[in-house]
Design a protein around this ligand. Structure first.
Ligand code: ACO
Length: 372
């Protein structure tokens, strides 16, 4: 057999029109991420990823009103959180369960015609925000909050989470974070989603699989761990010794390194800028200063650069969001990309079925249990 590409490094597994990474620059359907981060509303990006073009006014308004409608969950979904919404259950575990659970209430879940598939896409994109926020509230003994028609997707997420209207600056920052996390070519969770539906399984199954993959610390789970690290480093002066010790122990530093980007993650600069602004506004500039010092040290010691997860941690922290909700927020945004890839996989499907190089024992003979 041919050489094994560990971690599928450099392997082209399919064609896509959703997003590309060329010369370390990320584009969604041909639009530079810089352009979209500066100008686009998350809903426009959702439409772009699913249709390969930006929506006109009517299309955007229709998408927004459907997202709003579907954000309200079936009361049985709110109630089911009572069964397990405690501090011992990680919100990503809860999200994996609850995405699967909402499929039970979609009477068209098994229908495959195109209009049902697109409706399901909007339904899942809407409900994922409500699932994360409802879980977060129920575990604190609070009532879930219904969305407001006056807010966009980013605003509604913050509103449903906190029960208070977010400020314009908060909505702007959160919208930008959603835009930046929406898609990223064949990352692990997206590839997982495409693998899952390549058997022609349904969209919910693809999203459940993707949530499970994103949860891991080498992927979306890194942002929560960045915050744990920042709370261990008490001041800028402690950075050198903290990182030296980690490197000595051959530990990974969360929020650094990337399979594709070796010179810089194009999303990180926006999050760094936002982190600077929002930590300063909330009187937590030292967190930003510690982050910059860690980034400088990692560049100098390991030639590794901050990825999207590194500065997003302090942005969400400054928005007063619980640290274990960082990865679910990533999932809320990335659902748009997962769905885009699932739709694309359906359009031109071939089941994913690679080979493995067998390295185990051979020519063995079955022995009855008494003789083993
Ligand atoms: N801290 C310390 N050393 C690192 C780090 C890190 N964060 N990342 C990579 N390295 C080292 C590796 O140990 C390896 O060293 P070696 O050659 O001496 O063994 C070398 O750099 C190459 O790294 P790989 O692990 O081969 O890189 P790979 O492409 O397989 O993994 C990954 C990429 C998973 C992102 C890795 O850099 C990592 O674990 N980073 C920390 C977790 C993280 O931030 N994940 C989020 C990624 S972005 C996202 O998913 C949204």
């Amino acid at each position: 057999m041919a050489n094994i590409q560990r971690g599928l490094e450099g392997v082209l597994a399919a064609e896509t029109k959703v997003s590309s990474i060329i010369d370390s620059q990320l584009t969604y359907a041909g639009y530079d991420i810089d352009d979209l981060a500066n100008h686009a509303e998350f809903e426009e990006v959702v439409f772009l990823l699913w249709h390969y073009r930006l929506p006109n006014k009517e299309e955007l308004s229709e998408l927004k009103s459907k997202l709003f409608e579907y954000m309200t969950l079936n009361p049985r979904v709110y109630n089911h959180f009572q069964e397990y919404a405690t501090d011992d259950v990680h919100p990503m575990t809860a999200l994996r369960t609850s995405v699967s659970y909402i499929a039970h209430f979609d009477e068209h879940a098994e229908e495959e015609d195109e209009s049902q598939t697109m409706e399901r896409a909007i339904r899942i994109q809407a409900k994922i925000a409500s699932l994360v926020t409802a879980f977060a509230r129920v575990r604190e003994g609070k009532e879930p909050v219904k969305p407001s028609e006056d807010l966009n997707y980013a605003g509604n997420f913050l509103y449903m989470l906190r029960g208070e209207l977010p400020t314009d600056i908060e909505v702007e920052a959160f919208n930008k974070a959603l835009v930046l996390h929406a898609d990223h070519e064949f990352n692990a969770s997206t590839f997982t989603a495409r693998c899952a539906v390549s058997s022609l399984s349904d969209m919910y199954s693809g999203i459940v699989a993707a949530v499970g993959s994103l949860k891991g610390p080498l992927h979306g789970g890194a942002n929560e761990r960045v915050m744990s690290m920042l709370s261990e480093v008490k001041s800028v002066d402690e950075v050198d010794s903290y990182i030296d010790k980690k490197i000595q122990n051959k530990e990974k530093i969360m929020g650094f390194g990337h399979r594709v980007y070796k010179d810089g993650d194009p999303r990180a600069k926006f999050l760094k800028e936002m982190s600077k602004k929002i930590t300063s506004e909330t009187g937590q500039s030292e967190l930003f200063d510690i982050s910059v010092k860690i980034a400088d040290k990692m560049k100098q010691e390991k030639n590794l650069i901050a990825n999207v997860d590194f500065y997003s941690a302090t942005v969400y922290h400054s928005l007063n969001i619980d640290h274990d909700l960082f990865t679910p927020i990533f999932a809320v945004s990335r659902t748009s990309g997962w769905i885009a890839h699932i739709l694309e996989q359906y359009q031109d499907n071939r089941i994913m079925r690679p080979r493995a190089q067998y390295i185990g024992e051979t020519n063995r003979t079955y022995l009855p249990i008494e003789e083993r």
